[in-house]
Every structure is written in structure tokens, then in C-alpha cells.
Design a protein around this ligand. Structure first.
Ligand code: AMP
Ligand code: ZN
Length: 466
């Protein structure tokens, strides 16, 4: 079966093919850098990472653009309160965001672009909208007239009657003809930062940046656009209204939206105050791989409830996979090849691939891996698993980890590297051979202090991090 995604626009599962050959042009709404991102935001970015990796696994070349919203009401308010220029204020959180995505092993998009570096392009796009009759002015601000775009609502599938403006609309509100109209350009106000443009002094509204930056780097029609479900309306609806009014062409072919990370039945959000940043969790001693595993383990279109028990379960799941891998790498299996296990391995791989092809069903893909581990562990116990079976299983695990990327423990700064550990273990083995048990014990103790556990087996020494 071919790769399929659920498209919010058509409300259907659709076979994915890029517009041009093998190249996928993808755009992601990035963070608003007024604070550290929370792990709810990071769930959406983790979904995008799995999507990236799976598209690449399926042989596509990616051109993926993500924006950084670095001018916006909250940024301006906070920067002014702290008496800082906005770029100085946002630099801290942009840097933190890039560090956070690295900690969670999220691949960087090919291009990350800042709103403040595209103001002239935004002004010119607004001018085009005005020339085409989609806007009106009010006190130097420019608004998009929703009534001029009859397809408005086609993404969020909401009827315009009685539709209430969302929170993002409210904060962008000055004087509007219609509550649903949204601001494209805000006239200079008080001490707020502004840019001099042919539209007059002011700053852009939030929505125009994504239309402008996506089309600048990816062309008029994108293959994929992603974000969290809360962006569907009004943000993505407004992006469509802007872009399609400018080009007259379809803006995006596949719209993919990630469901929310929840806390006790409510969306994790900064405004509700029910959030954890990645830094909060790391400070409590949580491992990045466990967090990544938890965020990736539920299919992106299902809500995921965040709990500390969930993190513990992630740790248990990863222990299971790592122990299996250790067993695979260090056991001396009987010679030969068990054909039925070889077949089982090929089937597990196929099922894993089919699950991810099916709209990135990560939960099901993981289920196949764990079932395979259970069955082959039993085969190892009974001696049916043979040396000849190892290579294909390793390959399966390599494929699994090229997508999930959770098996290698994060080396804490100051911790021992794998090479250092291996060399100390070799020294200990040599010390034992020459009956220097004192040195052998010293090495075992210092490894234990560094959180490395040794296990002497008949096949040699196994080790793992605590
Ligand atoms: P923001 O910085 O608020 O624009 O959000 C960045 C991304 O995180 C957007 O794609 C949001 O839709 C997404 N997001 C916000 N809250 C959550 C949540 N609780 N769970 C999943 N994604 C979220
Ligand atoms: Zn956006």
C-alpha cells in the first residue's frame, strides 16, 4: 500500500505524491519565541520530525521550511516591560528552541526563517492583496475582507454563520468591518516597534508571514503544510485566503495537523499554566529519549495525555528494547539460520513500514516491534534463534531507530563516552586475566559511579547505562 496521509482540507486519507518528482516542499509553522516552548509544542514538532524521517525513508528529498515568529503582541509587551529591543528579547528563546529540538533529536528543517527578516516582502504581498481588492484600510491599518474570498472556511469546515473570532483574531483587532476580518498590517502605535514601508509605518499581523515566507522559498503551491490542530482556524484558513487571493492557485495540497498534548483533560498551554518545558523535565532527571518516545508513541491525530506514569512506561519500553539489543549483540547463538525467524523478521519489517505508510501510525508500528521482540526473545530462550538470524534483526532495529531515534541513551555532559567505557572494560578483563583483582574491582566501582552497570556473562561482559 502506498504512503497515505489524512488531509484536513478534504477530510480524507489520501495517497501522497509530490507535485514535482521526488521533491517534497513542506512548510511548518514554527514557534512564537516569547517564552521557552513547552512539551505540547514539542509534540507537534516531534510529529513533524517523524514525518520528515519517514518521507526520507520512502526516498523523497525534502525542502522543509519553518518560520520563527519573532514579532507579535506578547513579544512586544514582554520586551517593552524589560526595556529591551525585541530582537534581543527573542534571541534567548530562539536559541533555547534550537537547543530543545536538538536535545529531542528533531532534525532541523532545511531552512529556518524569521518573520522580522521578511517585512518588505510582507508589505508587498499586502499591497498585491489591496490591488486585487481583498483589503480595506482603517486608521492606517490594513484588514483582509473575508467576504471577498468565498472559499473562506474550506479548511476548517466551519460555517461562517455565527462563527466567533478566535483568540488570535482578537489580539490582532483594531477597527474591523466584520469580526472575522483579520489584520494584515498594523499601523504604528505608541512606543511599539515599527517598520517604515510603502504601506506606512507599522508592523505585520501574524498570519501574513507564513503565506509570504512559505511561497518565497517553496513556490506558490506547497506539497505539505503542518501545524497543531489549534492553527487550523483561523491561522491556516487565513493563510489560504491570503495566498490563494494573491496567486489564484491552490496554496497547499496536503494539510496535516497534530492533535494536542493534554494535561488532565485540557490542552497543555502557556495561557492555562499547565505546562512543562523540556528544561523543567530534564531538571527533574528525565531522559530526553523517554520524552521523545512518549511524544512519538501515540499517533499524531490522537490526543495524548501527559503523565509522569507515561514517562515511566516509556522508560520501561526503552529498557526492554535496549536489553533485547544487548542480548542480540552479546549472545553467542548456535550456528546456522532459522528460516522461519528470518521470515518473521521480514514480516515485522513489512508491518512496521505499512503502519507508518498508513498516516504515520506510530502506535501500531511500535506494536509490531514489541511483538517481534516478545516472540524472538522466546526463540532465543529455546535456542531456536541462530547466528544467521542476527543480521536481519539488526537491520530491522536500525530501520526502527532511524525513525524513532530513541535507543542511544543521551550522554550527559561530563559522562563517560561509549569508547571510554569499552576501553575500561577491556582493561578490567585484562586485569582479571593477570589476577589483578584489585584493579578489576576498582574499574567496576568507578564505572558504577559513572552510572554504568556491568554484567559478566559466559559470552563476555555486557554493560548498560543506569
Ligand atoms: P505557538 O508557539 O503557540 O505558535 O505553537 C507552536 C506549535 O505548537 C503550533 O503548531 C501549535 O499548534 C502547537 N501546540 C500548541 N499547544 C500544543 C499542545 N498542547 N499540544 C500539541 N501541540 C501544541
Ligand atoms: Zn504559520
Amino acid at each position: 500500500m502506498a504512503l497515505r496521509f489524512y488531509n484536513t482540507l478534504t477530510q480524507q486519507l489520501e495517497v501522497f505524491t509530490p507535485l514535482e518528482g521526488n521533491n517534497v516542499r513542506m512548510y511548518t509553522c514554527g514557534p512564537t519565541v516569547y517564552h521557552y516552548v513547552h512539551i505540547g509544542n514539542l509534540r507537534t514538532f516531534t510529529f513533524q520530525d517523524i514525518l520528515r524521517r519517514w518521507l526520507r525513508y520512502r526516498g523523497y528529498q525534502l525542502n522543509h521550511v519553518m518560520n520563527i515568529t519573532d514579532v507579535e503582541d506578547k513579544i512586544i509587551r514582554n520586551a517593552m516591560e524589560q526595556g529591551k529591543p525585541i530582537n534581543e528579547y527573542t534571541a534567548v528563546y530562539e536559541k533555547a528552541f534550537l537547543e530543545d529540538i536538538e536535545t529531542l533529536r528533531l532534525q532541523r528543517p532545511e531552512r529556518i526563517v524569521r518573520a522580522t527578516e521578511h517585512i518588505p516582502e510582507m508589505a508587498s504581498a499586502i499591497q498585491t492583496l489591496t490591488d486585487k481588492g481583498f483589503t480595506y484600510d482603517s486608521d492606517g491599518s490594513v484588514y483582509y475582507r473575508i467576504a471577498s474570498f468565498p472559499q473562506y472556511g474550506k479548511l476548517s469546515h466551519i460555517s461562517l454563520e455565527g462563527n466567533r473570532a478566535g483568540a488570535r483574531v482578537d489580539v490582532d483587532e483594531y477597527e474591523k468591518d466584520d469580526a472575522r476580518d483579520f489584520v494584515l498590517w498594523k499601523a504604528r502605535r505608541g512606543e511599539e516597534p515599527f517598520w517604515e514601508t510603502p504601506l506606512g509605518p507599522g508592523r505585520p499581523g501574524w498570519h501574513i508571514e507564513c503565506s509570504v515566507m512559505s511561497m518565497k522559498y517553496l513556490g506558490e503551491t506547497l506539497d505539505i503544510h503542518t501545524g497543531g490542530v489549534d492553527l487550523t482556524f483561523p491561522h491556516h484558513e487565513n493563510e489560504i485566503a491570503q495566498s490563494e487571493a494573491i496567486t489564484g492557485k491552490p496554496f497547499v495540497r496536503y494539510w496535516l495537523h497534530a492533535e494536542h498534548l493534554m494535561v488532565e483533560g485540557q490542552k497543555m498551554s502557556k495561557s492555562l499554566g499547565n505546562f512543562y518545558t523540556l528544561r523543567d523535565l530534564l531538571a527533574q532527571g528525565q531522559q530526553p529519549e523517554n520524552i521523545r518516545y512518549l511524544l512519538a508513541s501515540v499517533s499524531y491525530r490522537k490526543k495524548l495525555n501527559f503523565t509522569f506514569d507515561g514517562l515511566k512506561a516509556a522508560q520501561t519500553a526503552l529498557d526492554r528494547l535496549r536489553n533485547y539489543q544487548l542480548r542480540l549483540d552479546t549472545t553467542k547463538f548456535a550456528d546456522g539460520m532459522n528460516e522461519s525467524i528470518l521470515e518473521l523478521t521480514a514480516k515485522a519489517r513489512q508491518s512496521f513500514e505499512e503502519s507508518l505508510d498508513d498516516d504515520l501510525n506510530t502506535a501500531e508500528a511500535l506494536g509490531h516491534i514489541f511483538e517481534f521482540v516478545r516472540v524472538t526473545n522466546t526463540a532465543m530462550d529455546s535456542g531456536e534463534f541462530k547466528t544467521g538470524n542476527v543480521a536481519a534483526v539488526r537491520e530491522l532495529f536500525d530501520i526502527f531507530d532511524s525513525i524513532f531515534d530513541v535507543l542511544k541513551p543521551t550522554v550527559q555532559s561530563g559522562a563517560m563516552s561509549d569508547a571510554e567505557i569499552d576501553s575500561l572494560i577491556a582493561e578490567r578483563t585484562a586485569a582479571k586475566k593477570t589476577k589483578n583483582f584489585k584493579r578489576a574491582d576498582e574499574i567496576r566501582n568507578s564505572l558504577a559511579e559513572a552510572g554504568v552497570i556491568l554484567e559478566d556473562t559466559k559470552d563476555g561482559v555486557r554493560w548498560k547505562r543506569k
